[in-house]
Design a protein around this ligand. Sequence first.
Ligand SMILES: [Mn+2]
Length: 363
Amino acid sequence: MAPQSAEPGLNGNGKHTTRRSDRFLEGLRDAASVTLVSHVHPDPDSLGSMMGLAHLIETRLEKPTLMTRDGLISRAENRAMVELLNLELCPVERVSWHGGEAVVMVDSQPNTGRHTFDPTAPLYAVIDHHDTPGDLEGVPFVDVRHTLGATCSLVTSYLMEQALDIPPCLATGLLYGIETELSGYPREASNLDDQALIFLYPRADKDLLARIRNARLPQSHFGCILQALQSSFIYDRLIISWVNDLPQPELAAEVVDFLFRFEEIDWAVCAGVYQDKLILSVRAAVEGARAGEMLRMVVGKLGRAGGHDRRAGGTIYLPSTSTSALEQIQGELRRRLLRALNIDECRGQRLVSRREMLQNIQA
Ligand SMILES: [Mn+2]
């Protein structure tokens, strides 16, 4: 863990005489406007972080801000968050960078393969909590803390430092962003995450929160879960699920979260085909698993990957999606995963036996 991840005092009683939020705002004094960007398929942590920083910049500096969306937001809960909190997100490909404008990146770092926008954007700040190292050279303001469960917690600490009023919608967005990052077990969270949650809870709209959490799901969701169950294979302490037709890319993470609760495994992987990509999602049960590193090594030159200690994601680019090409890449990925996790080459055991599947259909 990098030494820079030491937690600062919440009330500015850390090492720096100026608080981080003051330094962040100070560097934006001359900016005409501020554009907020996050990773592709922005998740609640990205959305909440952008909301929080936009509020901070607008109230403290009275400058216009623009929140963006890189790619689709397809997960039902995330769409509900955007709709119910009335978030206005500009597709990042429509943004043209102007002189005098400052760009703030949240929940990701430059050159990690997690963005589709122009890398020449005038980046002023990177605010993140991921292990995956990005290209931070020349970025004037960097606040990356690996020990934090959520970028929203970091952003909340800025709002707390500045003693700003937090409207219910914003508190709800930040709270949901933190909650989604901390919901897994083992819980990857720090003191600052808990302080942020305690601060936000009384200010959040609990009805809105409940509606976001329980967003209704399309039929394709259930078809995908069925496909995943039918194609899950166990290799020692690893389960791999292959989905040949992901209705939306974020479902790979939902599948893996679902399978990960299986009591006989320590690692879960979902690999799903979405358009010309194989979307990968990984979960690990043990501390020090370095899942992000593991997946980066496994994927290698086939694509991009990264993440945290126990959660990771990645993409493999598919030159062809023919059955034989898919079988080949699946075989290669399986071999690499087994090797990376020191599991002997073996025949996978189905999670649900073929016989059971057929009996269920006939019943
Ligand atoms: Mn995050």
